[in-house]
Design a binder for this molecule. Structure first.
Ligand SMILES: Cc1cc2nc3c(=O)[nH]c(=O)nc-3n(C[C@H](O)[C@H](O)[C@H](O)COP(=O)(O)OP(=O)(O)OC[C@H]3O[C@@H](n4cnc5c(N)ncnc54)[C@H](O)[C@@H]3O)c2cc1C
Length: 421
């Protein structure tokens, strides 16, 4: 993580504690990302004794690597969510996730989390006329849920982004950006201050049932608790006793420039909105607090043809912002996204008073925070009615490797040919 921009600029810190010996708790959580840390904070806030075990450092997984766009809903539009989950569940999920940015920004404020939070809105930029039409359709659906999004024309989009590449944009003034690693570590710090016990560098080796409780073991200790949350998502390190989540891997990388000079900062994203486009192989871009431009795209930077992704990023930057043509991209990092076939998150009932959650499919800041909070509530009260989606007993993702290969080869092909003219 020290190679990533977020690792370098993280402003929230925990005193590292490794699990040593035996702990008894009301709730034990495995995994210290948005889901696990939001659950720990909620449990502690309710006065429960909660222990969270993280294999590495808090934010090691997707939560510490992401773009930092705090958006309402999921990638799918509300109508698509309803189609995937049915009217009742779809509406419940969309209604809860419509409030996700407000919930995230109020946690940041209440717990004074230092995470470069900027609530100036996000822009979903139309890369084509068809993209703009899909945004107009999405606007109508979001307005019904009370999310006050606006469609901007090409001129206004150019003024806000500093790029002439777009046909228009969907602006959500209630959304915003954060430094994601600082946010997740801030959630963990707030949980500790509320009484949670958070153990880093404490990989779980085994989970079993003993005398009606869950026993969660690491090399140096164990936690027993009547309730368990598995929040390892796409970064599950295998252990005995519970199966890993089933999902399709989609890699996403980001590259950052040096801090831009004043003139460029005033013309490129002068309002500091976070952006992504409507292309099927999408591009994200935003600035951080120091004024670096961060560009992101689908792809894995570790395979033999991955230089195609890096070359694309440099070309794309120059296409979007001709003034950045020769600007070096000095930092790069990537993360794994857990996709599901229907692009909706899954809660699994994995045993008595035990849930796992995964598959936010690329939108996990708001959803991870909301799902984690609601899961802690459900596990401590025994009432699952408030969960954003009903738990299922099992979830299989057939041909997941094949589908992951499809994402990667599709992105590589698109990156090989695009922005060449
Ligand atoms: C590159 C990238 C960009 C993204 N951009 C955005 C964005 O802009 N906006 C947005 O809303 N979403 C975004 N997402 C999605 C979002 O980051 C994820 O959905 C979210 O981080 C998932 O959080 P989580 O807590 O469920 O899992 P994670 O953050 O992955 O946490 C799981 C944790 O479990 C730990 N763990 C695993 N095995 C064990 C074990 N055996 N013992 C103990 N601990 C264990 C891991 O070390 C890890 O820290 C992005 C994702 C990626 C990868």
């Amino acid at each position: 993580m020290t190679e990533s921009l977020w690792g370098r600029t993280c402003q929230e810190h925990l005193s590292p504690v490794v699990l040593n010996g035996t702990e008894q708790a009301d709730l034990v959580i495995i995994g210290g990302g948005f889901s696990g840390c939001a659950a720990a904070l909620e449990a502690a806030r309710r006065g429960a004794k909660v222990c969270l075990l993280e294999a590495h450092e808090i934010g090691h997984g997707g939560s510490g690597r992401n773009v930092g766009l705090v958006n309402a809903g999921l990638w799918l539009s509300p109508n698509e969510i309803e189609k995937a989950l049915g009217a009742e569940v779809g509406n419940r999920l969309s209604t809860q996730l419509a409030k996700a940015p407000a919930h995230v920004f109020s946690l940041i404020k209440d717990h004074a989390i230092t995470c470069e939070a900027v609530r100036n809105g996000t822009l979903n930029c139309a890369h084509s006329a068809a993209g703009l039409a899909s945004l107009e359709d999405r606007q109508a659906q979001l307005l019904k849920l009370g999310t006050l999004v606006q469609v901007l024309d090409a001129d206004e989009t150019a003024r806000r982004t500093g790029s002439n590449s777009f046909h228009g944009a969907l602006f959500d003034p209630g959304a915003g950006t954060i430094q994601p690693l600082s946010y997740v570590r801030g959630l963990a710090r707030a949980a500790v201050e509320s009484g949670a016990h958070i153990f880093e560098n404490s990989p779980v080796h085994a989970v079993s049932r003993e005398a009606g409780c869950w026993k969660v073991e690491t090399e140096t200790g164990q936690v027993t608790a009547p309730a368990l949350l598995l929040a390892t998502n796409a970064y599950h390190d295998d252990f005995n006793g519970l199966a890993a989540n089933d999902y399709i891997t989609c890699n996403f990388f980001q590259m950052a420039t040096r801090p831009l000079g004043d003139r460029l900062r005033d013309t490129i994203l002068p309002g500091n909105e976070g952006c992504w486009d409507t292309a099927m192989v999408m591009t994200s871009f935003r600035k951080d607090q120091a004024g670096r431009l961060i560009i992101g795209g689908v792809g894995d930077l570790t395979h033999p043809a991955s230089s195609l992704h890096a070359q694309w990023a440099a070309r794309k930057l120059a296409t979007l912002f001709p003034d950045l043509k020769n600007e070096p991209l000095e930092m790069q990092w990537q993360g794994r996204i857990a996709m599901t076939s229907d692009h909706t998150p899954k809660i699994l009932e994995i045993g008595p008073s035990a849930y796992s959650v995964h598959g936010y499919s690329g939108r996990g800041i708001g959803p991870g925070t909301i799902f984690g909070t609601r899961l802690a509530e459900a596990l401590l009260t025994g009432d699952a009615a408030g969960l954003p989606v009903p738990p299922v007993k099992a979830y299989r993702e057939p041909f997941s490797d094949l589908k992951a290969g499809f994402y990667e080869s599709g992105a590589t092909l698109v990156h090989m040919i695009s922005e060449r003219v």
